[in-house]
Write a protein that binds this ligand. Structure first.
Ligand SMILES: [Mn+2]
Length: 294
């Protein structure tokens, strides 16, 4: 398994320019991560010359990038508006085509629709039909580029389309592309699944990426609301050898705090040094816990 973090841990805003990413690559590498999960929309907008700078520094440090997408409503594949679905296909085609410049081969997120959902439309049958057709098309492009798209299963407060592992597997079977698989996130599973380890076992080879976080999105190991040894055992049972990426959100305020609904400080008013210590400890915790076959 390779361990990573989402880029936004230290920041209250989603924005991250090229210079910020270059600093993050240095920092993430020095902490000992294998993966830096970056924002797919930033890649979409970034000129190729900047992508090359990111890739050069990534390569120097032996780091991998994964791309995280929380698409806006204008790129909603589940929309009943054909123009919006076409925009979504064009948007993701451009992202997929830029990924080889970063040597990135995993695109993840709620790319079957938009995020966070505003629930103005909840026609699930129609949403499945519309988004499955788009993902069949994108799956072919991803396959040609040797990229895996991992669809994130979310909790009921963020989507109505894929809310547990079983329906995500059913959905992927209908897409029927070896490049379109699923992402499970312990934070969402903790709300929706009867058993997190059983959901992981059910996913089996469909599991292409894993997000890890505690019940309130604190860093793994920070409060142990998730049974981490049981998660580790399930991952070993399915022979999981892909990305394990934390998505910690412990700072309130800003566009990040608002989108994630962090309405109080969860960091214990951490200094920048303490923020570093938390993530170093969490990475050590994950490496130790996930190395053991229970
Ligand atoms: Mn997630």
């Amino acid at each position: 398994m390779q361990f990573g973090t989402l880029y936004s841990y230290w920041n209250k805003e989603w924005d991250c320019n090229t210079a910020d990413y270059l600093k993050l690559i240095e920092k993430i590498s020095s902490i000992g991560f294998d993966i830096l999960e970056i924002n797919a929309d930033h890649v979409y907008h970034m000129p190729e010359s900047d992508l090359k700078k990111l890739n050069d520094l990534r390569n120097q440090h032996g780091l991998k990038f994964t791309l995280n997408s929380g698409p806006s409503k204008e790129y909603d594949m589940a929309s009943d508006n054909k123009v919006i679905r076409q925009q979504a296909i064009q948007y993701y085609t451009k992202i997929l085509e830029k990924m080889p410049l970063l040597k990135a081969n995993t695109l993840i997120g709620a790319i079957y629709s938009y995020w966070p959902c505003d629930f103005t439309s909840t026609n699930k049958e129609l949403a499945w039909k519309n988004s499955i057709a788009c993902l069949r098309h994108l799956g072919q492009i991803a396959e040609d580029l040797n990229i895996t798209i991992a669809l994130e299963v979310l909790n009921r407060n963020e989507t109505y389309i894929l809310t547990n592992c079983q329906e995500a597997v059913d959905y992927c079977k209908q897409i029927n592309s070896k490049s379109v698989k699923i992402l499970l996130d312990t934070y969402h599973m903790n709300i929706e699944e009867d058993s997190i380890p059983d959901a992981i076992r059910y996913a089996g080879d469909w599991l292409a990426h894993l997000h890890v976080g505690e019940n309130n999105r604190k860093l793994p190991g920070m409060n142990n609301t998730i049974d981490w040894p049981a998660v580790a055992a399930a991952l070993h049972d399915i022979g999981y050898d892909k990305g394990v990426v934390m998505e910690p959100f412990i700072l309130n305020g800003g566009s990040v705090g608002n989108a994630i609904r962090v309405w109080r400080d969860l960091s214990n008013n951490a200094t920048p040094q303490q923020m570093d210590n938390y993530i170093i400890q969490s990475l050590n915790f994950l490496r130790k816990t996930f190395a053991i076959k229970n």
